[in-house]
Each structure stands twice: as C-alpha cells, then as structure tokens.
Design a protein around this ligand. Structure first.
Ligand code: SF4
Length: 736
C-alpha cells in the first residue's frame, strides 16, 4: 500500500569506491531509512554500516548550508565566522586569488583536492578544468597519499595512467592480496561491493585466496593462507616470486608476448632474487615464497591485487610495476580471471589523452626537495615544505576541494603550521574541519542527495560493467549550489580561460557549464561511449542500474604506447631495483632487533577523516587504538588498554594500546582519519571522540623513490607506556 508522502529513491552510495546500490526511504523530504538495493544487479543488496550515515551527514546540523567567511586572525580558534551571500563569498574568494596571482604570479596559487571529490561527477567535470586552468605548478591531491604509484606504473607499461588493470575477482581461481583489506574497504581501485561474498565465492568454486599483510586482517580471516610481511618489502617478495616462475620455466605469457617489450630484461632481473635472498627482509620463508609462486603460476587463472599498503611505501611504484610483470609473465593480464581493463560507460582513457593527462613524470620538480610532478601534479608530501619555504615561487594562496590535508598528509602538524603563512585560503567543503578552519572563505556545496548521482570515476574501476544514474533524492534548497556550480562560478570570476594554458579549457568549461551542466555532459559521454544505446534518459528508466556484462579483453587495441606495446622494463624501475638490491646486500631492509615500524588501517565504520561526525558510526568502544603484538608489548611493559606514547622523527601521539594477535612482531598499527581534537573546528560529535591523527607521526620526508607518493607504511617509531600524571591528594581524599 502506498502511504501518501512516502516514496523510495534509488541511487548508489557515494561514500566509498564500492558504489553499492541503496534504497532511501523518504517521507516528504525527510529520510526515514536507508537499506541496500536488493535489485541492484551489481551490489545485490550489499551495504556496509556506513550507508546509513548518509542520512546523518545530510541532516548534520554542523554541515555548512551557506558560505561563511572568517573574521579575525587565521588560526585563531575563537575567530568569528559570518554567513554571507554566495555573491559576497565568491567575490571575496576570487578577489584574493586574483590579487595573489597579480603580485606573485600564477604559481603562487596552490590547489589540493581530497578523495570525496572523486565521488562527485560535477566536482570532477568542473574541478579539474578549473585547476588546470589556473595553470599553477602547485597542484596537489590525495592521489599521492594513495594510488599514485599504480598510476605511474600504468603510464610506464600501458601509456596512459587511466589504463588500470582491475582484478577480475568474480572469475579468478587464485587471488593473491598484497597490502589490501577488501573485506573492510569493499575494494579500492577495484570497485567490488560485497567483496567478502566475492572472496568466499572463489573458495566455494575451488579456487584459493592468499593474503600477505603485516596485520592478520579481516580479509586474511577469509583466506586459505595468510603470511605476515615486513612493511615495505612487497617489491622483494614479488621479485622472489618472479624468480621461481622464471627459474622453473613457469612463465607463459601466451598471446601477450606478441605485443610486450622488455620481457628478457625482467626475466634476467628476476633471476637475481632467489627466495632465499629475500626471505629475511620480507619475513616470509623461502619455501613459502616458492610455493606461492608455483601456485600462482599453475592456477588456471590468477590475479594479484595490491593496494594501499603496496603503494604507500618506499618502493610503491616498483611493487605496482612488478604486479604487472607477474600478470604478464603468467599470461594473466587482460584475460578473464586475471587483471583486466574495464570498458566503462564513459571511458576516461581518451579524455585523459585529450586533456594532456595521460601521464608525465618529472617534467618539473618541487622547489625544495626536487620531487617530480606526475601528470602536472606534485606529490602532496612536498606541500608543507613548499608552503614554508621562501625560495622564489612560494604558494601564498590555497584552494582546497573536499580535502582535509591536515589529517590526510604525512606530518600533518607541519602542514597545519604552514597554513598559517598563507595570504588567502578558500575551501570548497561541507565542514569547518581541521584544515578548513584555517580558511578565509568556506564555500559549502549542497548535500549529494540534492544533486544528481553518477559514479563517473568509480565505474572505471568496477569489476563488472555497470551503469546507473539518479536524479536528486531531495528537493534542492533554493539558495544551494552543487559542487560544479561553485567551481564554475569561481572559474568564471577568476577568468581561467584567459590564463596561459587555460585558454581552451576555460572556454570549454564556461560553455559546457552554461549549455549542459554535469547532467548534459554525462549524457553526451554515455551517448558517445563504448556501450551502445546508453543515455541519461535510459538510465533514469532503470533506477536499480544496468548490468552491462563482465570485463572483456582490450589489448593490444587499448594500449596507448607507441606501437601499442606493453612496456615491461621501464628504465626507472630497473634502476630502482638495482638500488633496492644494494640496500638488501647492505642489510638495510632487514629488521633490526627491537625496532618497531608503524602501519595504518582502515576501519569499517570510518572513511578517511570525514565520517566521524556521525554518532552512530563513532559510538561504542574507543577505536583509535594502537595494535601491538604480545611480544612487543611485553618487552615494553605495556598491557592491553594502557595508554602509550608513539614517537617518530616528526612527532608524537598518545593512544590506548590494544594487544593483538593480529599484529606481526615489530609492526604496530594505528587507524587513519582520526585526530579531531583541534580547536576552532565545528564537528561536535567528532570532537567528543577525537582519537589521534596517525599523520602526526608519519613522515613527509619518507616517500616512494620514483613517484614521491607518501610512504605511510613502515614508519620507524618507538612505543612506550605513557606517564600517568599522579594527582595531588585533595583535602577530601586525604581525610579518607
Ligand atoms: S561499502 Fe562503501 S559504497 Fe557500499 S554502503 Fe559501504 S560506504 Fe557505501
């Protein structure tokens, strides 16, 4: 029976990469319930506990509804914030950038884009042209604390950073997981809602799952086998595996051989790393490495899924590249059950090439440390020192879009201090958080539920071809603006079309915004995309989404390299392996007695730094705990629940210890995204349960040697019991 005023709205969940289908129950414009959409052919009803927090964020009284400007000194926790009209806010925002640019040049404006921007098609379609149009070299984003090594490896091997091989998890018979926890993440750079179900299905059909991780994760609990590995040793493990495959004649590239170059170089390279040579450094014994190699190579189909742990380490690009090498040598690249290139409804590969974003490395470098750009963007680990340094070209103004770099970047406390040096700071954000509290102007987009929903980026990473589009779930407020409108209005005021390098983009942006908006652009992309017959209108008639079938082989046609070849032996990686080999011989990558290194973890009821203002997600026992194994805890006189101090080169934090069998000896683990205790924020729930920021002890000087991606895994730390302050006896207690 239909109840008047009640309705169900279907869309995808925009909170993480899994893009689960959700059904939102509404009474008028009030959300009464959120559940999984059982009829979504891709997610089949799966949702995680975060889905319901969409309502919490939408209804959150702390969420900014109107633009605000700060009155008073930057960084003053007692500064007053004043709501202003959109015109006043946008004029003030643009005026500051124009003045800085006029006085100091275009590189004086820096930009930073956070992860949530990737979940909003309007922010992608209008944010990237605005940022490119600004023409600054100080472009940063969360990509370089996340996936940059994978993108660099793709550019090296396949000629376009958007050509990313995705595990064909639903058809594989052997899944090797390195530094990833899909049972919690539901896949990252592998959109796989209900990942636990998909992993169990591999075993149900007779396949095998092996997890390699310094923590016995939730995913490891689903696997046939788990091995601990020393953080930062993934490249050595992969070299040991490749050695066995080459040495025992198990390499069978099959049809890939016809369009692959560099196979002989990588074979020769692999032969230098027998398992016995890498065993101590990896923490995995030689026999286990050999067994793993044989099992992978002999499986009917096999795929290796390496993710955040593999990328966020000193050899992140080499490890990502070696995963490609493993797939090529075993014939598992571009075949069902292996690592495949999706053909999404709107294919980013040609767009990346057209807008000069296919890839580039080192065409310029950061001023202070000389870290290389990739695709025109500098590594975010360089951001704090670039804001600090008075060398010519210092950024004096900053635009952030959906980012909280104070909590997301290594040595966040240093970045926070550097924000105080800015002349002008504008944030496009829904919260006054640990970063945006430093802004002069905050421009808040409407809730995603007030906007169209199309998973533009995530569709490109999905383990199956799918398409869905939804209109706004809730009537937009009359004075609200979507992310794209804010970015377009800012671009218009900044005249990015008149900037050198931004001319064509600026004009295209203004035209597209006026004529089409994001919905029109998406419609154009669908109609001209690789799947025939798609359009926004067709997707609106299919509210649960359309299944467009399994991934299909795309090589060699999709390759963007000269002559359409897989380039398997990039010089940068070969050189880096030589350096790694020298470190191995010098014993620099083996564990020193008593040493501890830090890794981070993702939690099911958390997503980076921006989900902690939902009471139902943060309730329950303290979750920002340091996991430490019994042996390491006992050696330091630490008992379960004790407060401990974690110290590194860059800082120290204090957290409760959780003594855990999950942890490898020598490795401790803090979750990321916490640290909400800073003054001057407006996150009332998060500040009640602040936790500590892992990035107050990670190190901005510790990066992937090729890409400059932050090496957040394997940071050397010390851990000791916190000194408990003894209280002076009060008069009452003295009497007692
Ligand atoms: S797994 Fe991700 S997409 Fe799915 S419900 Fe949870 S947060 Fe949303």
């Amino acid at each position: 029976m239909t109840v008047p005023g009640r309705r169900t709205h279907y869309r995808h969940c925009h909170l993480c990469e899994a893009m689960c289908g959700i059904a939102i129950e509404l009474h008028g414009d009030r959300i009464t319930a959120i559940r999984g959409d059982d009829d979504d052919p891709f997610s089949q009803g799966h949702v995680c506990p975060k889905a319901v927090a969409i309502a919490d964020i939408h209804d959150d009284p702390d969420r900014l509804r109107r633009p605000v400007v700060r009155e008073g000194k930057r960084g003053d926790p007692d500064a007053r914030w004043r709501e202003v009209s959109w015109d006043e806010a946008l004029d003030r925002a643009a005026r500051g950038f124009i003045e800085v640019r006029r006085s100091y040049g275009r590189d004086a404006v820096a930009t930073y884009a956070g992860n949530p921007a990737a979940h909003n098609a309007g922010a992608i379609l209008f944010g990237l042209p605005l940022i490119l149009g600004l023409g600054t070299r100080h472009r940063y984003s969360a990509l370089s604390v996340d996936v940059l090594p994978r993108l660099v490896a793709s550019w090296f091997a396949f000629g376009n950073q958007a050509l990313i091989p995705i595990p064909d998890i639903d058809r594989t018979s052997f899944l090797l997981i390195l530094g990833a926890n899909p049972a919690v993440s539901n896949g990252s750079v592998m959109t796989a809602p209900g990942a636990s179900r998909r992993i169990r299905a591999i075993r149900d059909r007779g396949g095998r799952v092996v997890v390699i991780d310094p923590r016995r994760t939730e995913t490891a609990a689903l696997a046939d086998r788990h091995h601990f590995i020393r953080p930062g040793a993934d490249a050595l493990l992969l070299l040991g595996i490749l050695h066995v495959i080459v040495d025992e004649g198990l390499a069978r590239p099959g049809r890939l051989a016809a369009f692959t170059t560099g196979t002989d170089e990588v074979r020769r390279l692999a032969l230098r790393f027998p398992p016995a040579r890498v065993a101590e450094a990896t923490g995995i014994d030689a026999a286990a490495i050999a067994t793993l190699a044989r099992d992978f190579a002999r499986a009917p189909t096999a795929v290796c899924y390496g993710r955040v742990g593999t990328c966020n380490q000193e050899n992140g690009t080499v490890a990502s590249w070696l995963i490609d090498v493993l797939h090529v040598l075993t014939g598992n690249l571009d075949r069902a059950g292996g690592a495949m290139f999706p053909t999404p409804p709107i294919d980013p590969v040609p767009a990346a090439a057209r807008f000069g974003q296919a890839g580039s490395l080192g065409s310029f470098h950061s001023r202070v440390r000389g870290l290389p750009e990739f695709g025109g963007e500098l590594p975010a680990a360089a951001m704090a020192e670039e804001l600090e340094s008075d060398l010519p070209g210092r950024p004096r103004a900053l635009l952030t879009v959906a980012g909280n770099p104070v909590l997301s970047l290594p040595n966040g406390a240093r970045l926070e201090r550097a924000l105080g040096r800015l002349d002008h700071f504008v944030a496009v954000d829904i919260y006054r958080n640990e970063t945006t509290r430093w802004a002069d102007v905050i421009l808040p987009p409407m809730s995603p539920l007030h906007q169209d929903a199309y998973p533009l980026a995530m569709s490109t990473l999905a383990v199956r071809h799918v398409a869905r589009f939804a209109p706004p779930a809730i009537t937009p407020p009359p004075d609200g603006k979507g992310d794209w409108e804010i970015l377009l209005e800012l671009a218009t005021r900044l005249g990015t079309g008149r900037l050198p390098g931004g001319r064509m983009l600026g004009r295209a942006l203004a035209w597209a915004g006026r004529k089409l908006g994001p919905r029109g652009l998406i419609d154009l992309g669908l109609r001209t995309g690789p799947h025939r017959g798609l359009s926004v209108r067709r997707l609106l008639r299919a509210p649960h989404g359309l299944d467009l079938g399994p991934l299909q082989p795309r090589l060699p046609r999709a390759l963007a390299t000269p002559g359409r070849r897989v380039r398997l032996a990039p010089a940068a990686c070969l050189d880096e392996v030589r350096r790694l080999e020298a470190s191995l011989d010098a014993g620099e990558v083996s564990r020193r007695a008593g040493e501890l290194v830090l890794v981070s973890r993702r939690q099911l009821r958390s997503n980076n730094s921006w989900m902690h203002n939902s009471r139902r997600l943060v309730k329950g026992p303290e979750r920002c705990t340091l996991l430490i194994c019994d042996e390491d805890a006992t050696a330091r006189g630490i008992a379960d629940g004790d407060r401990v101090v974690i110290r590194s080169r860059t800082g120290e934090v204090e957290a409760p210890a959780a003594v855990s069998v999950e942890m490898m000896p020598g490795v401790v683990c803090l979750p990321h995204g916490w640290g909400h205790g800073r003054p001057g924020t407006d996150l009332s729930v998060a500040s009640e349960r602040p936790g500590v920021s892992v990035n107050d002890v990670t190190d901005d000087g510790f990066v992937d040697t090729i890409s400059g991606n932050a090496a957040l895994s394997g940071v050397p730390v010390t851990v000791e019991p916190a000194v408990v302050a003894t209280m002076e006896p009060t008069a009452a207690s003295a009497r007692a």
